[in-house]
Structures are given as structure tokens and as C-alpha cells.
Design a protein around this ligand. Sequence first.
Ligand code: TXA
Ligand code: MG
Length: 350
Amino acid sequence: METLRIPADREGIIKAVRILAGGGLVAFPTETVYGLGANALDERAVLSIFSAKGRPADNPLIAHVSGIAQAKEYGEWSPLAQDLAQAFWPGPLTLIVKRRDSMPRQVSAGLDTLALRVPGHGAARALIAACGFPIAAPSANRSGRPSPTTAQHVLADLNGLIPLILDGGPSEVGLESTVADITGGVPLILRPGAVTPEMIAMAVGECKVADSVMRRLAPQEAAPSPGMRHRHYAPRAPLTLVEGEENAVRLRLAELAREEGTWVLALDGLPGMASLPGAHSLGRDAREAAHRLFYLLRQADEEGAKRIYAQGLPRDGLGLAVMNRLARAAGFNILSAGGEVQNVPMERKE
Ligand code: TXA
Ligand code: MG
């Protein structure tokens, strides 16, 4: 199959609607990362997402909807859902609610809950509106690869496997949406993103963060979100996260950078980093780091990095989302500066 890549303009969207309505797959831009969409109400089309991505069959998809009215048709709606949707939609927040039978179970990989999101990107919204049906879409990468933040990334992973990519330029946020389970009455963050726990607490008074956000699940432990079970975001070169007091981290990175083929990812504020061989900037703050991270991980692969060390960021605000992706990309291989390589302990929840 030939993969066409065209601008996400009016003409592109018309073509995309035709393909989606006919049961085909289309990659499209959102403000977080690119999505790989299918008509959520077409079971066969939904299943073909799993094969194109090589996605494990137990990992549910997000249904992208046009607004609250459409969300209510497919998910059970609560006052909490209403408050959060009003505060953050359209935008990078995915809500887990109880699934109605109007949404095929294949979208949820058999679960009785459903992930719903109204994306903030103009082209994505225009596409959903023009379709009239919800679009089931995971990130448009091959399973296990970093999520795509450009049309070029999608092409690199899915060329020949899908008919169409709508190109809407680089994704603004650069990390996937916040996933919050609201079936328990208090929002529980399963995957941190640009809508932070602080923002959610501000809007509805309370917000919890699943402890598995920064911890490896034990082999027999139930995953609050199936996606947490699977290896994620991994570049080909082994990645190590370096955490600790700033000066110790700086010295450790400088020492590690000496070995040929090493990439160092650090914030601009870390003194001396710019002059290191193999140094690559994460930008000035967590927001810029979020925007660049997946791009840099893919670039490291392309340029044949042998190993990658990344500076740990403070785990608040968007820093938590960046650290969640880094810890997973590192397979939880975390080095405390001044100490030795340690794996995050696998103690059980609570
Ligand atoms: O920003 C995003 O969310 C992007 C764009 C395209 O919207 N999509 C995305 O989808 O990242 P995906 O499939 O790569 O990630 C969805 C995550 C997975 O970790 C999945 O396990 C979780 O959401 N998820 C989906 N439905 C769920 C459910 N019913 N219960 C718990 N977790 C769920
Ligand atoms: Mg994904």
C-alpha cells in the first residue's frame, strides 16, 4: 500500500473522511501527538489499528469526539465528567468513564470503561466534525516506539501500512494527553500530561496520581491502565535517567559524556552542558522538554547514538509527565548521581 502524506487542510480532510468512512485508517495531527484513526463504530476498522501498530490486543484506544454532546452518547456522564470537560476540553485531557453499549467493546479492548477526548487541534476537530462518527485513535507510532510529533515520524513508522497521513506540522505539546480515570468519583491520573494534577485539583478540588506513574509494575500486579504494562517510548539506544542534586548530576553527566557515542539530554539551565560532546538541549523548562523529548529520542536513533543519559526534572507540573515518559523509556533504569544504577523498587501499591 502506498502511503500518501498531504497537508491537513480542507482538501486533505475531505480525503480523510472518505477513507475513514470506508473503513480505512488515517493518521492525523493533534495538539499532543499524531493519532492513527479509524471509525470507532466500525469494529473491523478498529481491529486494523491494532495490526497496523503491532499493538497488544489488551491495550484500549481513545475515542476522539467532537464535544460533550457526543461524549455523552458513548460514555456515562457524571457531574465530575461535566466539570472536567468544561474546564479542559478541547485539550490534552482524556477521561475514563463507563462505556455505553453504543461504543463497540473493541475500542476499549473489551473493558467496560471508555477513554474519551476532544482534541484541541483545529484540523483534528474539523476531521471529527466532518466524519460525524467518533474516531478511535492511539498514537500513530509502531508499538514500543516514541509517539510521533511530526508527520515525518508517522511516515518513518507506518509507511506502506496506512493509506493517508494528514500533515499539520509539529505537535504543540509533544507528549500524549493526561489520562484521568473518573469512575471512582475522584480523578485518578493514570498517565500524566499537559493537564497537570495541580490544574485538575484547582478545577474540581481534588486529584490523585496513580503510584504506577513513576514505578514499574510487579509482574502479577493489576495495571490500572493496560498501557502501563507495556514497554513504551523506547529509543533503540539504552537510556538512563540521572537524578539527584543539581551539581552532582552535572558532574556525573560530564563524566559519562566522555565515552564516544553518548548522548546527553539536559536542560539549558544546567551549567556547562552546552559545551559537552553529545549534549542535546531539552530546552529551558519542562514545557520545552515535553515538546522536544520524543523528537530527540527519535533523532538519537537516526544518528546512531550508542547510549543516552537524561537529566531528571522536578516531578511537578509538566515535569511529572516528562519524567513518566523518561522513566519508561529508560525501562526504569535510574542512576542517582553520586550513587549507582538502581531499579525503582517494585513494592506493591499502598
Ligand atoms: O494524546 C493522546 O492521548 C494521543 C492522541 C492521538 O490523542 N493518543 C494516545 O493514545 O496517546 P494511546 O493509545 O497511545 O494511549 C492511550 C492510553 C493507553 O495507555 C491506554 O492503556 C489508556 O490510554 N486507556 C485507554 N482506554 C482506557 C481505559 N478504558 N482504562 C484505562 N486506560 C485506558
Ligand atoms: Mg501510544
